[in-house]
Design a protein around this ligand. Structure first.
Ligand code: UGA
Length: 439
């Protein structure tokens, strides 16, 4: 009989850990989520979700109710009661751009001290190639001679805003493992996800799995920067990036996804991961000018947009400017490396009075900017403003009425950083439209 009830530990109940844990529990496994942040654990134990992610809160309530998901601050309990331990701690960037692996190291040492029977330790956090090797050496060094364990790399590919769906219905599952025992156990773990589906499971060496994650994120970031390079060319030459990119994307080898131009990528993953991958290439003695170019184009995307605002608005001091969209992308309250915040900072420094709206991220931004005005309604936000800037393509904004926008604004000037509105429609309604990727 297939065993769908494995005992799992999730070490680090952040964004990746919490969603992964909830989804494994939903699939029938028994999951203990651990975190050193006792405040966070208390909230989760009380049924409060610590971040916004569509569908996650309901899923957690459901699996907690069935007893499949529990939360604890005790690392020892999590380790003792599980056969597979997922390391999901954060790997923030160091000053030199490389991933800081101090939390991974701390967890590896704690696991080593508590190892009494065979366990699989899984690197789920995004880490540079050869990290699993180091985790293995660390556990051996600190485990008082107990060596019956495997270290596996099992990267996640989940997108914020779609995380639950991405874990339950992934494009692929990548398992980097050395021993047959670990491979079999990992296949068993994922069987509830893969049975009766055609989800590809790729079994690789541990190092290949580590490289797949950094490679995939670097490729996606490059695709966005390519789109923004085309947008620059279109602006200077008088072509339209929307038309150009749509036609380029129709080639099946290229594909239309992730080919959207605008104010560039942000978030906690791409900026950090491509920096870490650059460092990895440097360590491997490989030229990384390709990634330098991707980063430069991405920074230019925001800069060019700010320049357009400054040019059109002339003096910003004392002008009221509405900013719609604060999160780095729609369907999340995550504001890390959000282009929107960079834009607000610059306009504020020039003396602009910022009115801001976001469907989910306002609470988080309040702790960054205490001196701007927040509105619960996007129309209220732009009322009497001299410019409107769209920084995040929330569905709510796509449905906004251009006629009403024109009537409510003092001077109807729209800076569209995410190609949410049609330039033609906006101009038809008497709005001055300044977008990205067309002259
Ligand atoms: C990304 C990857 O998509 C996931 O596969 C990966 O697992 C994750 O990083 C991670 O490493 O953990 P995420 O950061 O949630 O996920 O966000 P994306 O949906 O990839 O968007 C990243 C940024 O690119 C956003 O700022 C978005 O606005 C921007 N973007 C995306 C564009 O500017 N153009 C596009 O065509 C697509």
């Amino acid at each position: 009989m297939q065993n769908f009830n494995m005992n799992l530990a999730i070490i680090g109940t952040g964004y990746v850990g919490l969603t992964t844990g909830a989804c494994f529990a939903h699939m029938g496994h028994r999951v203990i989520c651990q975190d050193i942040d006792e405040g966070k654990i208390s909230k989760l134990q009380a049924g409060e979700t610590t971040m916004y992610e569509p569908g996650l809160s309901d899923l957690i309530q459901k699996v907690m109710g069935s007893g499949k998901l529990i939360f604890t601050p005790s690392l020892q309990k999590a380790i003792d009661e599980s056969e597979i331990i997922f390391i999901c701690v954060n790997t923030p960037p160091r000053a030199d751009g490389h991933a800081d692996l101090k939390y991974v190291d701390q967890v590896a040492r704690e696991i080593a001290k508590n190892l009494k029977e065979y366990k699989i330790i899984v690197d789920k956090s995004t880490v540079p190639i050869k990290t699993a090797e180091k985790v293995k050496d660390t556990i051996k060094k600190y485990s008082n001679g107990f060596n019956d364990f495997d270290v596996v790399s099992n990267p996640e590919f989940l997108r914020e805003g779609h995380a639950v769906e991405d874990i339950l219905h992934p494009d692929r599952i990548v398992i980097g493992a050395e021993s047959d025992r670990a491979k079999q156990k990992m296949l068993e773990l994922y069987r509830p996800f893969t049975k009766n589906t055609d989800i590809p499971v790729t079994i690789t060496s541990v190092k290949s799995a580590e490289l797949i994650k950094h490679g995939a994120n670097t490729f996606l970031a490059s695709k966005i920067s390519f789109a923004n390079l085309i947008a620059e060319a279109c602006e200077n030459a008088g072509a339209d990036a929307k038309e150009v990119l749509e036609a380029i994307g129709l080639d099946k080898r290229i594909g239309k996804h992730f080919l959207n131009h605008g104010i560039g990528f942000g978030g906690s993953c791409f900026p950090k991961d491509i920096k870490a991958f650059k460092k990895t290439l440097e360590i491997l003695g490989i030229d990384h000018s390709f990634i330098d170019a991707v980063e430069n184009i991405n920074s230019r995307a925001v800069e060019r947009f700010i320049k357009k605002i400054e040019k059109e608005m002339w003096v910003l001091d004392g002008k009221h400017i509405a900013v719609l969209g604060l999160s780095f992308k729609p369907n999340t309250d995550d504001i890390r490396n959000s282009p929107s915040l960079k834009i607000i900072e610059r306009l504020k420094n020039d003396g602009a009075k910022i009115h801001a709206h976001d469907p989910k991220a306002m609470e988080k931004v309040k702790s960054v900017f205490g001196d701007i005005e927040y509105f619960n309604d996007p129309y209220e936000c732009l009322k009497n403003c001299e410019a409107l800037i769209v920084c995040t393509e929330w569905d709510e904004y796509k449905k906004m009425d251009l006629k009403k926008i024109k009537e409510l604004m003092l001077t109807p000037i729209l800076f569209d950083g995410r190609c949410v509105f049609s330039a033609h429609d906006a101009r038809k309604h008497g709005i001055t439209y300044v977008g990205v990727g067309n002259s």
